[in-house]
Design a protein around this ligand. Structure first.
Ligand code: ZN
Length: 370
């Protein structure tokens, strides 16, 4: 009996200790119970956080920084709206429609700061979250600085595309001295439709895109369109290399140079483009270099001529003045130089001068009778 009573007394005492608010509260400090992030590619990233304290939690902030090439480290900060409480469970979504889409293979780091009414504060360690297109099971193939990711087609399909990519890097280095500054990932979708599912704002014409700051290319290549795919990879990879090399906060490349180099690395001008170029030369309605420095016209005929002329201008500079001058031009543009100033510094003529010299060359009888 006595034994039972003492055990009961002990149990009651323990119970009272546990119930005593002063004692219990003294043990609960500001604590993070759970923190996680889930990507819903390509539209959003969901962040979850649970925390508790002995007094109300009054402030929660989410911090994140996207892994990309930039001129200054940019950390975004979000003040989370919630009702102050001793225990909070919050969910917050980063809407990619507001921030602009991220390509597959991109990543970001995030961390939280949580504060309670006593002024206690916790900052969690940064965690990396990967943004992957989980709609497909990707295979990968790496050679040198390039990794190709694909999900449809056998390995030889990817090997052929890889060979084209390596050849593009070689040709570009030979013509311009430019090379890939960071390893690149090429995501090959099985169709344009699949590719558009990876984009926040898909546009009808989007067949491929180079995400310079992430060193990532996304492209739609049906297995039956291998030849087209090789050209397209060459084109986008050239954009990636040239953009990486000339990235600066002040100025972009003139469009004729950017597209001209991408077309030139593809190889000889395709017959359809050549026909447009020859017709414009014969009829005397070539577009000025100055106009071609801005984004091209969306009208099909005008657009085809813009690309064809850009090819021809790049060819004129590379074959007429050599690799070292082209490299110097790109290095000058990488410092944010204006278009006329860069041309003048490297070649001694401005955009109008280039226009005149190039026209004289392509309209010379030997050229038009070819
Ligand atoms: Zn292009």
């Amino acid at each position: 009996m006595i034994k039972k009573a003492s055990i009961l007394a002990l149990v009651v005492c323990l119970f009272l200790v546990l119930l005593s608010p002063g004692l219990v509260q003294a043990r609960v400090e500001l604590t993070i119970l759970n923190s996680s992030a889930q990507a819903e590619f390509p539209s959003r990233l969901n962040f979850d956080l649970s925390a508790e304290s002995d007094v109300n939690i009054t402030e929660i902030r989410l911090h994140y920084t996207v892994d990309q090439a930039s001129f200054a480290e940019v950390t975004s900060e979000v003040y989370i709206k919630f009702v102050p409480s001793t225990k909070v469970d919050i969910t917050w979504a980063l809407d990619m429609k507001k921030t602009g889409g991220l390509p597959p293979g991109s990543s970001m780091e995030y961390w939280w700061t949580v504060e309670d009414a006593k002024g206690d504060k916790i900052e969690t360690a940064p965690v990396q979250v990967q943004f992957e297109d989980t709609r497909y099971s990707w295979h990968s193939l790496t050679e040198g600085e390039i990794t190709i990711y694909w999900y449809k087609g056998e390995k030889p399909f990817a090997q052929e595309l890889m060979a084209a990519a390596q050849q593009a890097l070689d040709r570009l280095a030979k013509d311009t001295g430019a090379y890939l500054e960071k390893p690149a990932g090429i995501y090959v979708y099985a169709s344009t439709q699949d590719l558009q599912g990876a984009m926040i704002y898909p546009q009808e014409w989007t067949g491929g895109a180079a995400f310079t700051r992430y060193s990532i290319i996304t492209i739609g290549i049906p297995t039956r369109s291998l030849d087209w795919g090789k050209r397209a990879i060459t084109h986008e990879l050239t954009h990636l290399v040239i953009h990486q090399m000339t990235l600066n906060p002040y100025n972009e490349l003139p469009n004729w140079l950017d597209e001209g180099l991408a077309m030139h690395t593809e190889g000889p001008l395709e017959p359809e483009y050549l026909a447009f170029l020859n017709k414009a030369i014969a009829e005397g309605h070539l577009i000025s270099v100055r106009s071609l420095s801005s984004p091209f016209s969306a009208y099909t005929g005008e657009s085809v001529l813009s690309y064809a002329q850009s090819y021809s201008l790049a060819d004129f500079l590379i074959n007429g003045y050599g690799q070292s001058k082209m490299l110097e031009l790109l290095n000058t543009f990488s410092k944010g130089s204006g278009y006329d100033a860069a041309l003048k510094k490297v070649y001694g003529f401005d955009m109008d001068g280039l226009d005149a010299l190039w026209r004289a060359k392509v309209t010379a009888p030997a050229q038009t009778t070819k």
